[in-house]
Design a protein around this ligand. Structure first.
Ligand code: CTP
Ligand code: MG
Length: 230
C-alpha cells in the first residue's frame, strides 16, 4: 500500500493579520510549512508530498522542503478545495488511483507521528477517514444579532482536523463533482460525505492545532517544545 501527502499552502492567512502568509512564519527555528511537510515525510510510510502554492510565491523556494526531492509543487486555486483538487490532479498523473493520500494543512505543524500511524492503519480495512477531537464546550446557535436561539447537543460533535486520508481516485472524483455541483467544500471529508461515503472519525490530539490567529503561534511553540522533550 502506498501513501502520499497533499499539502494545501496557497492561502494568504488573512486572519493572522501579518504581511507574510502564516505558513512562512518562523516557529522554533523552522518555517511553519517545513514543520508540517516534514512531519508527514518523516513518517516511514509516506512516499511523497505535493504542495499547492499561490501564484508568484517567492518565499517557497527559500524553504527547506523545496529542496527535498520527494516534494513536488503545483499551483493552488481560489479556495482551499481548488488547491487540493489541483494537487490531486497532478498526483494522478504519477501514481495509481488506488494509492492513499493524506491531505494536511500547511498551517498544522504539530501533528504527531503516532496519530499519522493510527490514521494510516484505517487503510488496512479499506476505509478512509480523518483526525478530529470531540467538542467539550456547550455549543450555542445565535441569530443575526448574536442572541442565543438554541443549544446544540454536543454529543457526537467533533472538531475536524487534518490529515484527512482517502483513496486518491475516489477523493479526486468526489471533490471534482462536488465543486462542479456548487457545493461548499471546506474539507476533504465533506466532499466524500457528499458523494455518499462515511469517513471514519479518529480521535487525535488537541495539540494538532491549525495556526489561524497570532496567539496560535505561541501555543504551537509550546507544543513543539514539549514534543522535542518527549
Ligand atoms: N489554502 C490553500 N488555498 C487557498 C486557501 C487556503 O491551499 N485558496 C490552504 C492554506 O494555505 C492553509 C490551509 O489551506 O494551509 C487551511 O486554510 P486556512 O487556515 O483558512 O488558511 P488561509 O486561507 O491562508 O487563512 P485565512 O482564511 O485566515 O486567510
Ligand atoms: Mg482560509
Amino acid at each position: 500500500m502506498s501513501f502520499h501527502a497533499v499539502i494545501p499552502a496557497a492561502g494568504i492567512g488573512k486572519r493572522m493579520g501579518v504581511d507574510v502568509p502564516k505558513q512562512y512564519l518562523s516557529l522554533c527555528g523552522k518555517m511553519v510549512i517545513d514543520w508540517s511537510i516534514q512531519a508527514l515525510l518523516n513518517h516511514p510510510g509516506i512516499e511523497s508530498a505535493t504542495v499547492a502554492l499561490a501564484v508568484e510565491d517567492d518565499i517557497w523556494p527559500t524553504t527547506t522542503s523545496a529542496e527535498d526531492p520527494r516534494v513536488e509543487s503545483v499551483t493552488g486555486g481560489e479556495e482551499r478545495s481548488h488547491s487540493v483538487l489541483n494537487a490531486l490532479r497532478s498526483l494522478l498523473q504519477h501514481v495509481p488511483e488506488d494509492d492513499w493520500v493524506l491531505v494536511h494543512d500547511a498551517a498544522r505543524p504539530c501533528v504527531l507521528e503516532q496519530d499519522l500511524s493510527r490514521l494510516m492503519q484505517l487503510a488496512d480495512q479499506g476505509t478512509g477517514g480523518l483526525l478530529g477531537v470531540p467538542v467539550h464546550d456547550t455549543m450555542k446557535r445565535t441569530d443575526s444579532h448574536a442572541r442565543v436561539t438554541a443549544t446544540i447537543d454536543r454529543n457526537r460533535l467533533w472538531y475536524a482536523q487534518t490529515p484527512q486520508m482517502f483513496r486518491l481516485g475516489l477523493l479526486h472524483g468526489a471533490l471534482k463533482n462536488a465543486l462542479a455541483a456548487g457545493v461548499v467544500v471546506t474539507d476533504e471529508a465533506s466532499a466524500m460525505e457528499w458523494a455518499g461515503h462515511f469517513p471514519q472519525m479518529l480521535e487525535g490530539s488537541a495539540s494538532n492545532i491549525k495556526i489561524t490567529r497570532p496567539s496560535d503561534l505561541q501555543l504551537a511553540e509550546f507544543y513543539l517544545a514539549r514534543q522535542a522533550l518527549a
